[in-house]
Ligand binder design. Sequence first.
Ligand code: UT7
Length: 337
Amino acid sequence: MPVLSRTGLGVKVCGLGHYLPTDLITNEDLSKLVDTSDEWIFPRTGIRTRHIAGEHEATSDLATHAAASALESAGIAPGEIDLIIIATATPDSPVPPTAVLVQRNLEMFNAAAMDLSAACAGFVFAAHTGAAMIRSGLHQRVLVVGAETLTRMTNYQDRQSCILFGDAAGAIVLAPADEAGGLELRYSHVGADGRHADMIRVIAGGSRKPASAETVAAQEHFLTLKGSEVFRCAVETMTEQGRRALDELGLSIRDLRWVIPHQANDRIMQAVGSALGADARQLVSDIATVGNTSAASLALALSRLRERGETLQPGERVMLLTFGAGSTWGCQVYEQT
Ligand code: UT7
């Protein structure tokens, strides 16, 4: 059952930030590693370059930078945060949670801290969870970060997957919407279908198949994907979720200023945008210089819009659509107040 409201769910985004590591991998760099080219990659994915974490950077470092920037934009002190949720499929290590490392880095010692795993859809799942915590009254200021270093589990001998992924973090601060200002959540829905569990996966390194010299030799610690199956499923699911949200909110596509699909592949986004009837000004594609940054992608795209001076006016709305391994998916609609 989706959580929705024609007047607002009582939760708003009051801070936004992102971080991109400085090193880049270009299509030309990839063409030296595998049999590919810019002529193949760009038309099929819309990607030209991706950022890659430095040797000494891990997911918590990226998340810390993005979180610091979101706190600053919210004008909120670290001690005011009472819950930290880090959405990631690439934690620094399985234990401890990456969220406690971010907590330590920013001295947010009045907060509970946890990681949430929903692959590329993780950010929407985390924002959904954070919003539910605020609506319940159990928490007041929730830091939600999508942070990913997927390049650390990318096989640079697999030309189908290595062209896609980049590292990044995007963060928001959620608060009760009792004062004007900020992006108020109007609709939030998440879902999953475990029948697609094998579509995108990392075979080894967990309890089913612990990491060993054999699993590393067999390259089972890398992420594998069934590209065309993911493509089709992502388009169908995000389109369906977008239509459902509009229908349940009683809105038309023209009532949205922006539609931001998960930045997985520009062709996926264009197909979703066209199925929903979004025009080129509404559909936000921010993949060309960052690639697919998984759980970071939506907060990153929103934060980069703001960085370019593009902001919503009061009454304007943005729809976020997501799809990831699992399969997992979600949709949220926010309105500027
Ligand atoms: O966020 C969730 C994770 N995201 C994804 O899983 C990505 C979703 N899928 C995609 O973005 C696209 O399916 C890909 C970009 C991965 C692949 O594009 P495609 O248009 O679906 O290509 P394809 O897999 O159908 O492959 C077509 C051909 C194949 O050659 P043959 O068998 O026709 O001779 C591939 O081997 O293109 C070949 N190919 C490449 N050629 C040059 C696949 N990757 C490459 C490459 N460079 N990088």
